[in-house]
Write a protein that binds this ligand. Structure first.
Ligand code: ADP
Ligand code: MG
Length: 154
């Protein structure tokens, strides 16, 4: 496991990190996005999708739980579990099958889904500072560590 902290001075810096992270997304990768409301989790996902060449609208899945994207050759699923009151709700909602070896899963509020959620390859924890953000970037697997190196994030 490797971990670094990066200062994000403004929204453009968050977007830059998102574009860099897009090269780390491959089939089977799960990315957890932690941090309070307004920390920049959705902003990061939007920039990742743009970095992959997706030109459409990226809506927050706050109400829909999941938004799906096909950005050839990737199948991406963007989740937001903020509204869950019970950690089993994502299973009851039928979301378990989205986490498979063919998909890329980007999860906001993974802590609301409890222990049954598959372990992430990568975690980005965004901390709110007065007019900026601090990103704590953790690679949990050797594969994600080398992809972060290749993306010049580590
Ligand atoms: P979340 O999904 O974590 O609730 P959003 O991405 O919806 O957060 O909103 C993040 C907000 O913070 C946006 O208003 C965005 O402009 C702003 N923001 C993003 N990155 C930064 C940054 N590095 N510094 C200051 N503001 C930022
Ligand atoms: Mg969000």
């Amino acid at each position: 496991m490797k971990n670094i902290t990066q200062q994000l001075a403004d929204e453009a810096a968050t977007q830059q990190l998102g574009r860099q992270l897009s090269s780390c997304l491959a089939a089977g990768v799960t990315l957890h996005l932690r941090g309070d409301l307004g920390a920049g989790k959705t902003t990061l996902v939007r920039a990742m999708l743009q970095g992959l060449g997706y030109a459409g609208k990226v809506k927050s899945p706050t109400y829909t739980l999941v938004e799906s994207y096909v950005v050839s050759p990737l199948y991406l699923y963007h989740f937001d579990f903020y509204r869950f009151l019970d950690p089993e709700e994502w299973i009851e909602a039928g979301l378990r099958d989205y986490f498979n070896a063919q998909s890329v899963c980007l999860v906001e509020w993974p802590e609301k889904a409890g222990d049954l959620l598959p372990a992430p390859d990568l975690t980005i924890h965004l901390h709110i500072e007065q007019n900026s953000r601090r990103a704590e970037i953790t690679a949990h697997t050797a594969r994600s560590e080398s992809s972060l190196h290749a993306a010049k994030i580590f």
